[in-house]
Design a protein around this ligand. Structure first.
Ligand SMILES: Cc1ncc(COP(=O)(O)OP(=O)(O)O)c(N)n1
Ligand SMILES: Cc1ncsc1CCOP(=O)(O)O
Ligand SMILES: [Mg+2]
Length: 208
């Protein structure tokens, strides 16, 4: 199985955003280093999630980039995505692994070492850890854990840790130094004036 990409682009489907446009800008720059997580609003229909995920899988294929689907694992299976990501309000990790099968990529959200270890024991292949920094992208999140929180989780598991929440190219070095394997971003690419350039900056920070 190819190694997990280090830059996770999470789709931004809020009004005024252009998730496929951002993806088309990022793909030629990041290629197989890119993981695209299809994330739609909670009130989006399954059909809307399916149509977006289907197009993301098609766009990713020529570049060898990996497409994951957030929360809706039946959509992941339906479009032939590489896997999915689950958190506390979604299927439990063991159930998600059962649904996706042993070879799929499965990520789980964790903020603390104990939950991180439990998620890995239940079948998670990577962990999304955060919020690392303040973000307005998702309301109602707990307080940011910062690089120290990332260090605590990364020290407790052997699977890749993907730092999420308010991540910018400027914050990547400290997160990497804390043990993050990669980062997941919404706003850093979706709100960028030049998403291709922003992708190159994030990748540069991740690989130096
Ligand atoms: C890489 C990554 N990490 C964390 C999350 C958050 O997942 P979750 O806690 O289930 O929240 P929602 O994204 O479903 O609102 C993620 N999606 N990706
Ligand atoms: C879905 C999610 N879970 C924790 S932070 C976050 C949103 C991250 O978005 P941004 O990169 O714009 O801060
Ligand atoms: Mg979720």
């Amino acid at each position: 199985m190819p190694s997990l990409g280090r830059l996770h682009l999470i789709t931004d489907t809020r009004p005024g955003r252009d998730p496929l446009g951002v993806l088309r800008a990022a793909l030629p720059v990041a290629r197989a280093d890119l993981v695209v997580q299809v994330r739609v609003a909670d009130d989006a229909t399954d059909r809307e999630a399916y149509e977006l995920a289907r197009r993301v899988v098609e766009e990713c294929r020529p570049y060898g980039a990996c497409c994951l689907v957030n929360d809706r694992l039946h959509v992941a299976l339906a479009v032939g995505a590489a896997g999915g990501h689950v958190g506390a309000d979604d299927l439990p990790v063991a159930a998600a692994r059962h649904v996706l099968g042993g070879d799929a990529v499965l990520g789980a959200t964790a903020r603390e070492p104990a939950t991180a270890r439990a998620a890995v024991a239940a079948g998670a292949g990577y962990l999304g850890v955060g919020p690392c920094h303040a973000t307005t992208t998702k309301p109602g999140l707990p307080a940011p854990i910062g690089p120290d929180g990332v260090r605590a989780v990364a020290g407790a598991v052997t699977v890749p840790v993907i730092a999420i929440g308010g991540v910018t190219a400027a914050s990547v070095p400290a997160l990497r130094a804390a043990g993050a394997y990669g980062v997941a971003v919404v706003g850093a690419l979706s709100a960028a004036a030049d998403p291709a350039h922003a992708t190159a900056e994030l990748l540069g920070a991740l690989t130096c």
